[in-house]
Design a protein around this ligand. Structure first.
Ligand code: NDP
Length: 250
């Protein structure tokens, strides 16, 4: 099932990482426009403040959390702070990510690989760990993990990034399976090529005008956060406009 888009998120609390630009920025605006209070996480304070201005001007509300996701204890503290202030979390969007370098796998520098895995995989696990109990306190907890087509295409030169996104998807599926008996639903999303800084870094020769904007993509991603959507452990393919299943044994 895919949402008809008419849902509201009034009274809901949504945590979005990578909210300072790109897909996370516009997804934050989208969730706030539907009534959610957005906890916006990223390092760039200027980007977060711009987001806050736009959300506020449109009648919404946000809390800004300038945070480097390589700071794992800070992620743990974030969960504690959310519990103390709000007592629950309704939506987690683990969107922040980095590309690393597009190069032959044997040429990737160790520090680039380690940083990529730290941000794209370890910080997502740490977010899962700290938000799992909070999401289960919601009447309809929803978690969405940003993946990529690279996780499945396994193209030459994209190895570390592709591996990081495959890891995220599998973590999400395991988490979804564990949470099946609860109200928490966990899915991944492949946004498809989107006109952002990351895409420009990945494919520098490409004409950005040929790609959908992050606002267009975010509007579609938001549909999967409709509280009425009960699917779990799936991959939402934005370009296909549908949830894809996996060949799970169970
Ligand atoms: P951008 O590069 O435009 O934005 C990345 C976001 O992640 C920024 O807000 C950045 O904030 C944040 N971020 C990066 N490192 C850190 C860090 N150490 N701590 C906190 N925040 C961090 O990327 P996109 O919007 O293009 O990508 C969003 C997601 O979508 C990613 O997971 C990406 O892999 C995925 N994706 C994107 C595609 C595309 O074509 N654009 C295609 C497929 C998947 P700041 O620098 O302020 O900290």
């Amino acid at each position: 099932m895919i949402s008809d888009g008419s849902f509201r998120l009034d009274g809901k609390l949504a945590l979005v990482t990578g909210a300072s630009r790109g897909i996370g920025y516009f997804l934050s605006k989208e969730l706030a426009a539907r009534g959610a209070h957005v906890i916006a996480v990223a390092r760039t304070v200027g980007g977060l403040e711009e987001l806050d201005d736009e959300i506020t001007a449109a009648g919404g509300s946000a809390t800004l959390v300038p945070l480097d996701l390589t700071d794992m204890p800070a992620i743990d503290r974030l969960g504690g702070s959310i519990y103390e202030r709000w007592g629950k979390l309704d939506i987690l969007v683990a969107n922040a990510g980095v590309l690393g370098t597009i190069s032959p796998i044997g040429h990737v520098e160790a520090k680039v690989f380690d940083k990529l895995m730290n941000i794209n995989v370890s910080s997502v696990w740490r977010l899962i760990r700290t938000t799992d109990p909070l999401l289960k306190l919601s009447d309809a907890g929803r978690a969405l993990l940003l993946s990529s087509g690279a996780a499945h295409s396994a193209r030459a030169y994209w190895g570390p990034y592709a591996a990081s996104k495959a890891a995220v998807e599998v973590m999400g599926r395991s988490w979804a399976d564990e949470a099946r008996q609860t109200k928490l639903r966990v899915n991944s999303v492949n946004p498809g090529a989107t006109r952002t800084a990351m895409r420009a870094q990945a494919v520098p020769g490409e004409d950005p005008e040929t790609l959908p904007t992050p606002a267009e993509v975010a509007a579609k991603i938001a549909l999967i956060l409709d509280p009425k959507i009960d699917d779990t452990g799936k991959l939402y393919d934005v370009r296909a406009g549908k949830l894809l299943g996996y060949n799970n044994p169970s």
